[in-house]
Design a protein around this ligand. Sequence first.
Ligand code: SME
Length: 161
Amino acid sequence: MADSVAFTATADRRVRYAEILPQIEALVAAETDLVANLANVVAVLKEVFGFFWVGFYLAKDGELVLGPFQGPLACTRIAFGKGVCGQAFSTESPIVVPNVDEFPGHIACASASRSEVVVPLFDAAGDVAGVLDVDSDRLDDFSDVDVSGLSAIAGCLSKLI
Ligand code: SME
């Protein structure tokens, strides 16, 4: 396993997502344990993009439960359909929130969070299994570039779930 991730710190996010995707694919191909892989994926995302908060919520017993993450302490359980994460899960669609204060039902885990992007995570059978959530302490910090990049990363995790 590579002991570090290679990326161009000065490049824009689109380039950095393209740089890290094959490295994440190689990382997860070398390990079968889901938690170990999710933990390394959030570590890579934190290192490469410096996100304020990045982590997984996984569906367990009818709700979303906090998985591996990097950043401040977070809510441990989110009902399906609730908050940005629950809505992305229930609609099986990515959500970009430019200003969390304007999103009805946003769940504030950390008061410093200002904008957010959530993409659904699917299992090998194609059923929604959780979400990948990224928060920023800046307004309007996410775009389609993040949706595409994060969805591609979520996609390469499907075979493990
Ligand atoms: N803001 C999320 C909750 C999770 S935290 O951001 C880590 C939501 O509304 O679902």
